[in-house]
Structures are given as C-alpha cells and as structure tokens.
Ligand binder design. Structure first.
Ligand code: GLP
Length: 244
C-alpha cells in the first residue's frame, strides 16, 4: 500500500486525476470503477479539464459504479446515475453504453444484484477502482457488519450514513434507506484501488482503516489485504497518523 500525502483537497484531486489519466493512456479500453460522494468531485473536474484540453480520450473507456440508492429512478437528481452524468459523463466522450451503474429503480433486489455482477464479469473486471471513505469506514455502501459481503447486494443504510448523506436531500426522510452496492469481494477483485480521503473529519476512521485490525466492523480495513492500493489523502485526513 502506498500512501501519498497532499497539502489539500485540490492537490489530492490533481494527483488522483493524474493516476486515472495514466491508466487511460496505458490502457485506452480500461474499466474504471467509479465512486460518488463529495470526495471524487474535484478529481472528475480535473479529468474533464484534461479531456477539454485534448489530453484524454474516453472513447474506449468503460466504467462501473460502486453503488446506487434503491428506489431512486435515474432522473432523480439525488441518484448516483444523475450525479455521474452531471459531474463527469456529460462532459467527456465516454459512450453511454459503456457506463454501468446499478439500477435503483429495479425493485427485485436479487435480480438486479445478479445482473450487475454479470455486467462486471462481462467487462472482465475492474482495472482501477476509485473509492471514497464513509465516516463509519464504509466503502461503496458496505456498512459495518458481522461479515464481509462477497458480491453486489442490497444493504440497509445505517443511521450514521443516512445522517451524513442527508445534506444532499431536502429532508432527512427523503434519504433512501437502502442501496445496491458492489460487495467487498467485488471491490477486492479490482486490479488496482485508489482510495481518496480528505478532511479532518475522516482522520480517525482513515487511521482505523489502514492501521487498525481488519474487521467487517470497519469495512475499509479489508484494503490492507489488497496487493495494489494507492491512498491519496490530504494532511487534514492524515492528522491521526501524525499524532501516533
Ligand atoms: C457515500 C457513498 C460512498 C462514499 C461515501 C463518502 O455514502 N456511497 O461511495 O465514499 O459516501 O462520501 P463523501 O466523499 O461525500 O464523504
């Protein structure tokens, strides 16, 4: 595991975008595993800048997102489908048919999760998976649990996640209570992982994830067992490391 320390959110975003750009240049038809949340927004902005400058071509790139709220249709402005369109896809030349996100409007959870795992298999697996870190250590929407989930599944969101994500919704009761997410096993099958963490509010959970015991109670701790993880974090998120 490599941990890169950057001064702030902007530098973290630029560093992450450089790694993604290198991946695309080395393998133009790569499969990118994409994440939502506020953390990767700056990285996506930087990728859009590089595309607009003519440095990047997404015409052969494929993508698969980590997760989606169950119960939201794609035109809902809080769906992750909408987020990806607004923050990345509509600004670059990725082909819509090459972008994959669990379909939150499918009420048959088991069928939708099976379909999504099949999509990932057909793609040949993820080359580079971007991850953010939830305040309780979740990755994708894999919440603290008694066991690591292997494959794409439907989760009940925890109170802490509902509260953390409520800032994007008009009212707390509008936050969906369930989501479809790649499993920990699905995430661990990615060839390379890029974990992005910013801000002092994530410092303790980042330390617990990277230096604490590997436990499904801190889902991101499993990353200690992945052979190719790059962590890019700003100084604020590293503050618990610096105190040790
Ligand atoms: C959400 C997403 C995660 C994301 C996390 C952190 O719940 N499902 O994939 O990493 O929140 O979000 P943020 O980057 O806004 O802190």
């Amino acid at each position: 595991m490599r941990i890169y320390r950057t001064a702030d959110y902007q530098e973290m975003s630029r560093s992450a975008a450089r790694i993604l750009a290198a991946q695309i240049q080395l393998k133009p038809d790569c499969v990118l595993g994409l994440a939502t949340g506020s953390t990767p927004i700056g990285t996506y902005e930087e990728l859009v800048r590089q595309y607009q400058a003519g440095w990047l071509d997404f015409s052969e790139v494929k993508s698969a997102n980590l997760d989606e709220y169950r119960g939201l249709t794609r035109d809902n402005d809080q769906s992750y489908y909408y987020f990806m369109r607004q923050n990345l896809f509509r600004h670059i030349n990725i082909k819509p048919e090459n972008t994959h996100i669990p379909d939150g409007s499918q009420s048959d959870a088991s069928a939708e999760c099976t379909r999504y795992e099949h999509v990932l298999t057909q793609l040949g697996g993820v080359d580079l998976q971007i991850l953010g870190l939830g305040h309780n250590g979740h990755i994708g929407f894999n919440e603290p649990a008694d066991a690591f989930a292997q494959t794409t599944h439907c989760v009940d969101l925890t109170r802490s996640t509902i509260e953390a994500n409520q800032r994007f919704f008009a009212r707390e009761e509008d936050v969906p209570r369930q989501a479809y997410t790649m499993g920990i096993g699905t995430i661990m099958r990615a060839r390379k992982i890029l974990l992005l963490v910013s801000g002092s509010a994530k410092a303790d959970i980042l330390y617990a994830s990277l230096r604490g015991p590997v436990t499904p109670q801190v889902p991101a701790s499993i990353l200690q067992f992945h052979p190719d993880v790059t962590v890019i974090t700003d100084e604020a998120a590293l503050s618990s490391f610096l105190r040790q």
